[in-house]
Design a protein around this ligand. Structure first.
Ligand code: FES
Length: 109
């Protein structure tokens, strides 16, 4: 099992585990994270699963697939950060992501 951490403001950290091949959104769903509403249910069409990847993990995560809608949806967000922003439904968890930490955003769009 691969550990994944979601950081809330005030240093609250939520932890769960998922199998390889699950998405980061699947991990968020296990925790019923209210900040990630995932309105399009993981179809890369809404932008409501936006998170910030922790600095130490940015280089370890597969980059955004440029032909996808992900960059377009992220750029529309008020919390868009070119370095840290990702859609959790577009991140497939791999074994080497054990310990992956992301920050939750209060206002996803
Ligand atoms: S759940 Fe809609 S874009 Fe990720």
């Amino acid at each position: 099992m691969i550990r994944v951490y979601f950081k809330r403001s005030m240093n609250e950290i939520l932890e769960t585990t998922v199998n390889e091949g699950a998405t980061l959104l699947d991990a968020a769903r296990k925790l019923n994270i209210s900040e990630i509403t995932a309105d399009c249910k993981g179809n890369c069409a809404c932008g409501t699963c936006h998170v910030h990847i922790s600095n130490e993990w940015v280089e370890m995560i597969e980059p955004i697939y440029p032909a996808s809608l992900e960059p377009y949806l992220l750029e529309k967000s008020k919390k868009y950060n070119p370095k840290l922003s990702r859609l959790s439904c577009q991140i497939e968890i791999k074994n080497e992501y054990d310990g992956l930490t992301v920050s939750l955003l209060d206002d996803t769009m």
